[in-house]
Design a protein around this ligand. Structure first.
Ligand code: 13P
Ligand code: SF4
Length: 380
C-alpha cells in the first residue's frame, strides 16, 4: 500500500458536522482559512460542487492542480478537493526531497476531506496486474522498447512503476505531447488505465486502430491477445475507463445535431472514440472552459463531461446556449463526496494542529513516482 493514513478519520467527530447548514459551514470554513492564512492552500478540481469551489484558492484540471502543488514552496498544508490520486500526486510533488530540505525538513500536510473520494478508473489497474502484464509482455516483445505511460488517474504505485521503467505520467491536457515523448524513446507504449484517452490520443496522432490492442488484465494469457497482435501493436491499451464519460454515446451527439443543427459538440477525451469522432472538439476540462470563454455570444454547445462543470459553465455564461450532451445524469459520485461538511471538518482539524485524512505516499514510491511526474511536467 503506497499511501498511509497518519491519522485515521474518526466517524464520530465528523458526525457532528453533518447536521450543520451550508451557511454555518461556509462561515466556519472561512474562519479556519483566516486562522491558517498563507499556510493553507485549498485546491479544487473543476468537477467539484459549486459550494466547495467557492472556497478554493485555485480551481483547475488535473494538470494545473499538480503543477500548482509542485510550485507551492511556502504553504504548510494543502486541502485537496478532488479525488484520492490527486491528493497523492500533490503529496509527492509538494514534498520532493529538495523542497522539504528548503523548508528545513518540514513536510506539507496534504488532506483529502473525504477518504472515500476515490476514482473507479484508477481502481481498474492495480500494481500487481500491471507487473503481471509487464512480465507477460516480456515473453513476446522487447521490454526495452515499451514505454509505460500512466494517466495521472492512477495510484502512486503505478506512477512509480513508470518512473522505474523509463515511463511517464500524462493528463488529458498533455496526452499527445507525452505520447510523442514516449515514441521518441521506444517503439511501443503500454497505456493505462484509460483505454479511451489512449485510443483517442493515438488516433489523433495518426496511429491506425489495427496498430493498437486492448490488454484485459482479467484474461489468463497476454491480456487476451495473441503474440502476432501484440507484435503489430504500437499502443497497448489497458482495458479501463471512466464510468462517468463512458455514459456519453454517439446517439446523444446525433440527437443533439438533429434538434439543434448549429450546435457544437465539445467533449472530454475520456469519452469513447465513437463519441469523440462525432464531436467538433475534444479536450481536457480546462480546454473545455477555454472554448466556452472564447466563443462568440449566442454560440450553441452540447458538452460531454461531468455534470457539475457543465452546470457551472451554463450559469457563468448566460450569453451562450449550453446543454448537457447526455439525456441522463453523468456525475462523478466520488468527487461529489467532498462537501462543505467534510471540508469544514478537515480544515478545522488542520487549523487545530490535529489533521485528519492525511494522504502520505511512502518515500520509496514517491521517489520513483516523482521521476515520472517530473518527466510529465517537463514535456511541453
Ligand atoms: P482533467 O482534469 O485532466 O480534465 O480530467 C478529468 C478527470 O476525469 C479527472 O478525474
Ligand atoms: Fe475518475 Fe471519471 Fe470521476 Fe475522473 S470523472 S475521478 S476519471 S471516475
Amino acid at each position: 500500500m503506497a499511501t498511509t493514513l497518519e491519522e485515521p478519520s474518526t466517524g464520530e467527530a465528523f458526525a457532528s458536522y453533518r447536521p450543520l447548514d451550508d451557511a454555518v459551514l461556509s462561515a466556519r470554513i472561512e474562519a479556519a482559512r483566516r486562522q491558517m492564512g498563507a499556510k493553507l492552500v485549498i485546491l479544487g478540481h473543476h468537477y467539484q460542487q459549486d459550494g466547495v469551489i467557492a472556497h478554493a484558492d485555485l480551481q483547475g484540471d488535473s494538470y494545473q492542480l499538480s503543477k500548482s502543488a509542485s510550485e507551492r514552496t511556502a504553504c504548510e498544508a494543502i486541502a485537496f478537493c478532488g479525488v484520492h490520486f490527486m491528493a497523492e500526486t500533490a503529496d509527492i510533488l509538494a514534498n520532493r526531497p529538495e523542497q522539504v530540505a528548503a523548508r528545513g525538513g518540514k513536510r506539507v500536510t496534504v488532506v483529502l476531506p473525504d477518504l472515500a473520494a476515490g476514482c473507479s478508473m484508477a481502481d481498474m489497474a492495480a500494481i500487481e496486474q500491471v507487473l503481471d502484464a509487464w512480465s507477460d509482455l516480456g515473453e513476446v516483445v522487447d521490454l526495452s522498447q515499451i514505454i509505460p505511460v500512466t494517466y495521472i488517474n492512477s495510484a502512486a504505485s503505478l506512477k512509480a512503476f513508470c518512473g522505474k521503467n523509463g515511463g511517464i505520467v500524462c493528463t488529458s491536457s498533455n496526452a499527445e505531447a507525452v505520447l510523442k515523448w514516449a515514441f521518441a524513446r521506444g517503439s511501443r507504449v503500454l497505456f493505462f488505465p484509460d483505454q479511451h484517452l489512449g485510443r483517442n490520443t493515438a488516433r489523433r496522432m495518426g496511429i491506425p486502430l489495427d496498430e493498437m490492442c486492448i490488454w484485459n488484465p482479467h484474461e489468463p494469457r497476454l491480456g487476451g491477445n495473441d503474440a502476432k497482435q501484440l507484435l503489430k501493436s504500437r499502443v497497448i491499451l489497458w482495458q479501463g475507463h471512466c464510468s462517468v464519460h463512458a455514459m456519453f454515446r454517439p446517439e446523444h451527439v446525433d440527437a443533439m445535431r438533429t434538434h439543434f443543427p448549429d450546435i457544437k459538440i465539445l467533449v472530454h477525451p475520456e469519452c469513447p472514440m465513437e463519441v469523440v469522432d462525432k464531436a467538433d472538439l475534444a479536450g481536457s476540462t480546462s480546454y473545455i472552459l477555454k472554448q466556452i470563454e472564447q466563443a462568440a455570444p449566442g454560440t450553441q454547445w452540447a458538452i460531454g463531461t461531468e455534470l457539475h462543470l457543465v452546470k457551472r459553465l451554463e450559469q457563468k455564461h448566460p450569453e451562450q446556449v449550453i446543454k448537457f450532451l447526455s439525456p441522463v445524469v453523468c456525475m462523478c459520485a466520488t468527487m461529489y463526496r467532498i462537501d462543505l461538511a467534510h471540508l469544514c471538518w478537515s480544515l478545522e482539524h488542520l487549523a487545530a494542529g490535529t489533521p485528519v485524512n492525511v494522504i502520505r505516499v511512502d518515500d520509496e514510491t514517491s521517489r520513483w513516482a516523482v521521476t515520472a511526474l517530473e518527466r510529465m511536467l517537463s514535456v511541453q
